[in-house]
Design a protein around this ligand. Structure first.
Ligand code: ZN
Ligand code: ZN
Length: 595
């Protein structure tokens, strides 16, 4: 087969006429021009969004704090229009595969600006969107700039805080109760960035007394502006909101639109919701089957309860008792990473870059919120920095809290967590996306693809035989996967189907076997956010669909490792665009090999 393909290629080269040569040359030029456009786009994007740029590691505009007023809203709309015009001067079909995806991603981003500013308008109903703690933290924490410079930037930035909160107050029209409460809570916390973090840095800096005094005055004023805003929320806004305020539900129309802008799926939110409900039922069937098989091992002769969900819960509770000691939580994770790498290599699932070992560390203090594990990856401006797998030790937990946490992250779930976060999940995806560097994909990266990949790898590893013939591993995997599925049901349910607190508790505790504390947290998160909770399942669902399609197109020539590597080679792009290009390439391959 290969020889025939080579021959076709040679013939094609020799038959190149003048016309074709010109076209080839043109293709290259378009890409060069497009690269220039992308740089210009990013330059303008950061001018428009200085706070976002500091978060991404670009620090030229650290001294700027834009005021959220009408003037700046108009500026951002005209930025979108202006860039849209420039983008439209390129025909995406003239571009290379990777640039073509960048083109789509920029287009979609620019379209979303109008939606968020003119339709979604969270600046009118979410008082918590006016929180400057992070914006200042990103500046003071940028250790590549000398401390003096950082403090001078901050001094300039502080001057706008008062105007910022005055504009915030003026913007609020119909705040929701739950977002107002969140704002009050978070702003009290973020004040410590001003009063403590910034002042502590000022004390150790070698700057003259005059600067320091002036700086302190600005801090005082900024804290006063925040206090004033919080008092306004507490005394004027909150008492006027109904106790049973339900305005946090964004409704079907806005949910669908936000879903399209944020998830960028080929499916509608409603379709994904229906798929999730079906998936939940399938998972329950599988779990019931496994709990039957495990029953005797854990309960001997004891009679089964006769209620499907109860039986599953009982077996889960027993299996969860197998967990590591609280002191060896990090050690256990550290030991598993090389085992996962070995499994991936032995089973030929993916090529791993041996030059980029993952560093497992204790989560640094400033990043610790709730206990957990996360990947912290270098930003687009700092690609050579290490990637860390942060694991929060259970030091601050009482015996009871630690036990509950460890049962959740029992011996089986801990392995699935490591697959998801590290290998071949988030960490591996990151290594691949850094190999086809695109600033656009780093900055506008698609959350559903990123989460979807991590969720997909859990399933793929088990399909490849990970966990051996442990039925417990299967049961716990399904429980874990159920969380992802129920996140979608919950999100859509709360915003579109008016799910009540009771509905949500029932769904999460009875049908997804979660602890009460987790369910309470999710109910809150679902009211505060929209769409994001759908990203995990949507990405996973679309990757599974794509794998089926690729199998169908390529038949015997389908290769799992090739599928994974090609999929990841496009970077953190929406699955629907990766799908478009992968199917195109696969069909071309089939045509060529048939020729
Ligand atoms: Zn225990
Ligand atoms: Zn994840």
């Amino acid at each position: 087969m290969k020889r025939i393909l080579g021959l076709c290629l040679a013939l094609a080269l020799f038959s190149c006429g003048d016309n074709e040569k010109k076209t080839t040359k043109k293709v290259v030029d378009h890409n060069v021009e497009f690269e220039k456009f992308k740089s210009q786009f990013i330059e303008e994007l950061w001018k428009e969004n200085p706070i976002w740029s500091s978060y991404e590691g670009f620090h030229d505009y650290d001294s700027i704090l834009p005021i959220p007023n009408e003037e700046n809203l108009q500026k951002s709309l005209s930025f979108a229009k202006n860039m849209q015009n420039k983008l439209n001067q390129f025909n995406e079909k003239d571009l290379s595969d990777l640039n073509r995806i960048d083109w789509y991603m920029i287009r979609d981003y620019l379209n979303s600006i109008d939606f968020y500013e003119n339709e979604f308008k969270s600046y009118e109903w979410n008082p918590a969107s006016y929180n400057l703690g992070g914006a200042f933290f990103q500046v003071i924490n940028y250790r590549k700039d000398p401390l003096d410079k950082r403090l001078k930037n901050i001094q300039l930035k502080l001057k706008n805080v008062d105007a910022y909160y005055k504009a915030a107050k003026a913007n609020l029209k119909n705040p929701t109760k739950v977002h107002t409460e969140l704002a009050i809570e978070q702003l009290e916390g973020s004040k410590s960035i001003f009063e403590k973090t910034l002042i502590d840095s000022l004390e150790v800096a070698e700057l003259d007394v005059e600067f320091k005094n002036h700086f302190k005055k600005l801090i005082e004023k900024a804290v006063h502006s925040i206090d004033d805003y919080v008092t306004y929320l507490k005394d004027d806004v909150l008492p006027n909101l109904p106790e049973d305020d339900e305005s946090f539900r964004i409704g079907k129309e806005l949910f669908e639109k936000k879903f399209q802008h944020q998830i960028q799926s080929a499916y509608s939110a409603e379709e994904i919701f229906k798929a999730a409900v079906e998936e939940k039922n399938r998972l329950h069937d599988q779990m019931y089957r496994l709990s039957d098989m495990l029953w005797e091992k854990y309960f001997g002769e004891k009679e089964k309860p006769g209620v499907i969900l109860e039986q599953i819960q009982m077996v889960i509770d027993e299996v969860s008792k197998s967990h590591v000691h609280r002191d060896s939580f990090i050690t256990a994770i550290r030991q598993q990473i090389p085992e996962l790498e070995k499994f991936v290599i032995d089973h030929d699932l993916l090529t791993l870059d041996p030059n980029k070992p993952l560093v497992v560390r204790e989560t640094p203090e400033y990043m610790r919120g709730v206990a957990g594990a996360s990947i912290s990856a270098p930003g687009p401006y700092d690609q050579d920095a290490e990637t860390y797998y942060n694991v929060t030790p259970l030091d601050h937990y009482s015996e009871e809290e630690a036990e509950s946490y460890l049962r959740e992250y029992n011996d089986y779930v801990l392995q699935i967590l490591n697959i998801h976060e590290a290998i071949p999940g988030h960490y591996t995806q990151l290594v691949y996306s850094n190999q086809s560097p695109s600033m656009i994909k780093s900055i506008l990266g698609n959350g559903a693809m990123i989460e979807g990949w991590a969720v997909y790898t859990e399933k793929m590893m088990l399909e490849a035989g990970y966990g051996g013939d442990h039925l417990e591993m299967g049961l716990m995997y399904y429980k874990w996967n159920l969380r992802t599925v129920c996140n979608t049901i919950l999100d859509y349910g709360v915003h579109v189907h008016d799910f009540t607190e009771e509905d949500v508790m029932g769904l999460l505790m009875k049908e997804a076997f979660q602890q009460k504390s987790e369910a309470v947290g999710k109910w809150r998160r679902a009211r505060l956010s929209q769409v994001q909770l759908c990203s995990y399942f949507t990405g996973y669902y679309e990757i599974m669909q794509l794998r089926d399609e690729m199998r169908e197109v390529l038949g015997e020539n389908f290769d799992l490792k090739e599928f994974h590597e090609e999929f990841l080679s496009y970077g953190s792009a929406p699955v629907k665009y990766i799908r478009m290009l992968m199917l195109e390439n696969a069909k071309n391959k089939v045509i060529k090999s048939a020729a």
